[in-house]
Design a binder for this molecule. Structure first.
Ligand code: SAH
Length: 354
């Protein structure tokens, strides 16, 4: 039994079943035993590998997109370049290295990192030791008087979700309780939920809909700043349009495991509902695009060929595999999606369409 499992069980014994959202946030961010609080989960030795850890090309192309936005929007002298959930800091480092191709853009960037895990803040500080990032717990703490250039890769999929199962005109919430002293899923009694009234017309009894309370609030904060001061946000994640079905997933040592196994030691994510991210925003958003199409539009194949010229042997094989992994429909190319926020009336960032 993991130490966190003991804590969860005694909480359920004294306070009753907990929501999936509470379970997720405890497992991921418990100060002592949470998954992100205690480890660096990325890469071959960790539990999963993300796009920036697969290849530098991912961050390079995003860096060029952001530099282009900056030029299109009149080259402001100072901007907040912010990343939500920067992991190891690799994506930000790749963006900043690429930004040097446009020196006045690089000079304009003030770096802000939204990171909950003290352990990962340390890793980010080491990766970005050539720069002076400022860390925050929440997007509300980003400067409110600067154009905002925000990036988020696999951030929203780590935010806690509730799972609601349609039952007549109401919903039963999936909860975690105890069965024979083991963590087990159960259901609350049925009740209406105003936040899901709009899903009564396209769901039937037994359908499961996921709901993330934090994501729309975070998006609204980004959108307000972008509309007021300029800039853009580019968001990448595993997911699709309009939640339907159970997507809660646990991964331990690169393998999918049951969601209640090894709490605090396995990664927990869900698919992002991009529709919920862009509902009622005060700025414009692009169409949802697959990661593969986005990277191809930005010329990843040309960049891959240029980098390949200086490689041989296993390094070349890894590079070719990385290109495929980022873009191919059988790998991350289709299941990962991206969209951008930008001010009303502005051009969409390169690689995006309205
Ligand atoms: N973007 C990185 C890491 C993705 S993993 C990459 O692509 O490699 C998710 C990241 O979000 C981790 O850095 C994690 O610690 C952070 N995170 C998760 N929940 C958070 C929250 N509620 N607030 C701030 N950061 C959070």
């Amino acid at each position: 039994m993991t130490p966190l499992e003991q804590i969860l069980k005694s909480q359920i014994t004294t306070q009753g079943p907990m929501s999936v959202a509470e379970y997720m946030s405890t497992c991921l961010l418990h100060p002592e035993y949470g998954y992100y609080s205690t480890r660096d989960p990325f890469g071959a030795g960790g539990d999963f590998i993300t796009a920036p850890e697969i290849s530098q090309m991912f961050g390079e192309l995003i860096g060029l997109t952001l530099a282009q936005v900056w030029m299109d929007q009149g080259q402001p002298a100072k901007i907040a370049l912010a990343e939500l959930g920067p992991g190891r800091g690799t994506l930000m480092a790749d963006i900043l290295r690429t930004a040097k191709a446009v020196p006045s853009f690089a000079q304009a960037c003030e770096i802000h990192l939204i990171e909950a895990s003290p352990k990962l803040r340390e890793v980010q500080a080491a990766t970005l030791s050539a720069y002076t990032p400022v860390w925050h717990d929440h997007v509300n703490q980003l400067p409110s008087d600067l154009p905002l250039y925000a990036i988020a890769n696999e951030f929203f999929d780590a935010l806690p979700i509730r799972q609601m199962i349609r039952d007549g005109e109401g919903w039963r919430e999936r909860q975690i309780g105890l069965d024979n002293d083991a963590l087990a899923f159960g259901l609350s009694i049925s009740a209406p939920l105003a936040a899901l009234d709009h899903r009564l017309s396209d769901t039937k009894d037994g359908d499961l809909v996921e709901l993330c309370a934090q994501a729309p609030l975070i998006m609204r904060t980004l959108a307000e700043r972008i509309q007021a001061n300029g800039g853009a946000a580019v968001i990448f994640d595993y997911g699709d349009w309009r939640s339907l079905g159970d997507t809660l997933q646990a991964v331990y040592a690169h393998e999918k495991v049951p969601a209640l196994l090894k709490p605090g030691q396995s990664d927990l994510t869900s698919h992002v509902d991009f529709e919920a991210l862009i509902t009622d925003l005060p700025c414009t958003h692009s169409r949802l695009t697959t990661q593969g199409v986005f990277l191809e539009r930005l010329g990843i194949t040309d960049r891959a060929q240029a980098l390949a010229k200086s490689l041989s042997g296993t390094a070349l094989e890894h590079h070719i595999a990385a290109h495929r992994r980022l873009t191919h429909p059988d790998e991350m190319g289709t299941i990962f999606k991206t969209l951008a926020l930008f001010p009303k009336g502005a051009h969409p960032p390169a690689g995006y369409e309205v």
